[in-house]
Design a protein around this ligand. Structure first.
Ligand code: AHM
Ligand code: MG
Length: 336
């Protein structure tokens, strides 16, 4: 039960018993993600100083190499989880292959794998626009005591144990679900603590915002083109407002609070869509569904898609229930 003024640490402990046979492993894992997010937040906040302290690729005043922030975020999340020996494997959008965590004393004893997009939308950093981290947690399929295998990572979204995102915005927030609703915590930067600010987040069933890169309009499937025209038409409660940040976490976060739809369909440039099933779409789909929203590839639930490769891409339509269902209606009607 969410309590006013509760910190994320308190919330995680209090809700640990939601999991049958819980050993505290998932709680410790969430705690390490919350810690890494604070470290990354600190660095992201300083991004505007890069011209003063030296750009990525330069050597800074202390003789240290300046890293690009997405590489930095990748290192921080992986290192934080590895040091704590809390997962048996990690797959990252920044890495070609998954990483096997091999602790010396307790060989491959951990139960969970993490998939992460350490800094999504990082092209926005140069212009001081919000970026995010997205994470997804699965229970391993292979037996404990053995090294992780690709199949531990290639699971359908509906097998997720937890998923969440961090939005490094005007405030930094960590939003996550363990399958019992969605809760959002805002970082108090002075104290370094996350406070429950958005308990039980819900997508409004309907919305008035559509988010899509309309620069790709001519290449979109007919169903999406027709749906966009529907959003723009002057009927009933339309035209809708168009809002596109180009940073999935931020667009999703706004739409969840205000009601809206986010779309990244396939196009000639991105014949399978642009977004990655495992690092972006599947975790966001879990959060969306837990918040009364819908996530689809245009025809079926994202959560049911069986991945065949780590970096698989998929078209993504996600948001308020009635809006996504309407977009699906158009996709079906104008199926190519
Ligand atoms: P990235 O993983 O390379 O950062 O790309 C993902 C981002 C999403 O955050 C965003 O919604 C989308 O790409 C924007 O793409 P585009 O610039 O093509 O509209
Ligand atoms: Mg990304």
């Amino acid at each position: 039960m969410a309590k006013k003024n509760q910190t994320l640490g308190e919330f995680i402990i209090e809700n640990q018993s939601d999991f049958q046979y819980s050993s505290g492993e998932l709680s410790r894992l969430l705690n390490s993600i919350r810690l890494a997010a604070k470290v990354v937040n600190h660095e992201v906040n300083k991004a505007g100083l890069v011209d003063i302290t030296g750009a990525a690729g330069d050597t800074n005043i202390q003789g240290e190499d300046q890293q690009k922030l997405d590489v930095y975020a990748n290192d921080v999340f992986i290192q934080t989880m590895t040091d704590r020996n809390i997962v048996c494997g990690i797959a990252s959008e920044e890495e070609d292959d998954f990483i096997t965590i091999n602790s010396q004393d307790e060989l491959h004893q951990n139960k969970y794998v993490v998939l992460i997009d350490p800094l999504d939308g990082s092209s926005n950093i140069d212009v001081n626009v919000s970026v995010g981290t997205i994470f997804s947690i699965f229970r391993r399929i292979t037996p404990v005591g053995t090294p992780v295998a690709l199949k531990d990572f290639l699971q359908t979204g509906d097998k997720q144990v937890a998923a969440g995102y961090v939005v490094y915005g005007t405030s930094t927030m960590l939003v996550y679900t363990t399958g019992k609703g969605v809760n959002g915590f805002t970082l108090n930067p002075a104290l370094g603590s996350w406070y429950l600010s958005h308990p039980n987040m819900q997508f409004p069933v309907d919305g008035q915002i559509y988010s899509v890169n309309e620069g790709n309009y001519l290449d979109f499937p007919e169903g999406i083109k027709k749906y966009i025209k529907y959003c723009q038409s002057e009927e009933e409660d339309r035209p809708y407002t168009s809002r596109y940040i180009g940073s999935l976490v931020s667009d999703f976060h706004r739409n969840m609070i205000k009601g809206g739809i986010y779309m990244y369909p396939k196009s000639t440039k991105n014949p399978k869509g642009k977004l990655r099933l495992l690092y972006e779409c599947s975790p966001m789909a879990f959060i969306a569904e837990q918040a009364n929203g819908v996530a689809s590839d245009g025809y079926k639930r994202i959560m049911e898609i069986m991945p065949t490769e780590l970096h698989q891409r998929v078209p993504f339509i996600c948001g308020s229930k009635n809006m996504v269902e309407k977009a699906e209606e158009f996709m079906l009607k104008f199926k190519e």
